[in-house]
Design a protein around this ligand. Sequence first.
Ligand code: FAD
Length: 516
Amino acid sequence: MPSGSSTLMWFRKGLRIHDNPALEYASKGSNFVYPVFVIDPHYMKPDPNAFSPGSTRAGLNRIKFLLESLADLDLSLKKLGSKLLVLKGEPSQVLISCLKEWDVKRVCFEYDTDPYYQALDVKVKDFASSVGIEVFSPVSHTLFNPADIIQKNGGKPPLTYQSFLKVAGEPSWASSPLSISISSLPPVGDVGSCEISEVPTVEELGYGDVEQDEWTPFRGGESEALKSLRESIKDKEWIANFEKPKGDPSAFVKPATTVLSPYLKFGCLSSRYFFQCLQDVYRNVKKHTSPPVSLVGQLLWRDFFYTVAFGTPNFDQMKDNRICKQIPWNEDTELLAAWRDARTGYPWIDAIMVQLRKWGWMHHLARHCVACFLTRGDLFVHWEKGRDVFERLLIDSDWAINNGNWLWLSCSSFFYQYNRIYSPISFGKKYDPNGNYIRHFLPVLKDMPKEFIYEPWTAPLSVQTKAKCIIGRDYPKPVVSHDSASKECKRKLAEAYALNQKLNGQLTEEDLGNLK
Ligand code: FAD
């Protein structure tokens, strides 16, 4: 490379120093490295009309988590003799003007499979190739390269977890050491006329007047991610015996799972490093659980959804999505708002939705319950509507995983046992008979006796009065009766499935008639 050469390191996800092949490549052979993050109005611009504080696409908790992650990255870069350059605007335009201004010879960024980034990357790559800039864009967000798996599977993504495992096998890097530290970086060159800022605060982004009554307890950044990972793997027995379906979804003081998802989402934590740490624990214990229920199994679920999402056109919608059952969902805005705003009258469901809004994170089975309730369980509202609410409010909101799980929970794809519905009453009670989770997230019910905490509308008026919570006044009556609503949902699903089979040529008119 000629002397005076510059490299631009474009951070999007992958907000870390450890196991970051794009950064490692950028760190070698250049006189100057420009580490850049672009604040994208598409995700960050305040939307005063949104149903909760934040932008159109991201709730304020996730925006704050991202800014914390950037501040942490900036600190780490400073320790390496560099710093994070923050710019604002449409990312491909900003990038291209920086590439021109700084006479960059190489641009490095982690490969991203999300459609939004795929489209941006084409623009940046096209510009780079037109002016002879080298592009280095390695896959490091997932354990596997989704494109490799699809190719190994004959051009289509495997559609079951087991077939995915079979095709994927052991990751090629599994037993070789990952590059987990970079000792120094070349300095940042002259930034010319590009408008650079420090990592902004939420106030500086225009959220100064916004009222947020509770912030997520989870703090963003690679340092937090590694600390949290160390905490989790310290308990070798817990790691070795981890069985996802056995976790308690109502545990909130000490959640039953790692809560590493927000760090994996932004790439503050490398999934490959996490995988290797788990393998180290497994090597040092007598026996351990296995996929799909083990912790390594959870990381493989993540890669499974990334692979199917990458290989399925229109993965995020029902229309023109070849793996999605066509179901005549309703778009009832009142029922949707009741669910979104924790006003269904079912305390277990509402408490989970409050946790989503306040923390941006809930246990996997809690997510199951509310997703099932909104769609095939009770309200029969379109899964895309629920997906949008999760996409905005989760701090771990992830395009592939979120869509994949909504397809699953609504019995639109992957999972088809629509007769198995989560009860909004008895499911939570199994784990938390006293209703501590409900009392915490719905303080209006904190004095309700435990016999009624999951069904407060059945409490006699004298009990409601004593608990200072009159149903219909202080807390809503149920929006639907679970017994009749769930029966009706099953009937509609049976009909829709039959119609889907007919469309695929597997059922006759007569079979269809028998279902009615
Ligand atoms: P752990 O059990 O500790 O698992 C470790 C990691 O494995 C997680 O951090 C995550 O990256 C991955 N993982 C775990 N479960 C799954 C799964 N079912 N599918 C894919 N990857 C998994 N997870 C997201 O990261 N982002 C989302 O937007 C998201 N949306 C969801 C929507 C619905 C309707 C449902 C039912 C689940 C969703 N999940 C999503 C999956 C799962 O609930 C979370 O990954 C998990 O609860 C995160 O907590 P954890 O880090 O403690 O998980």
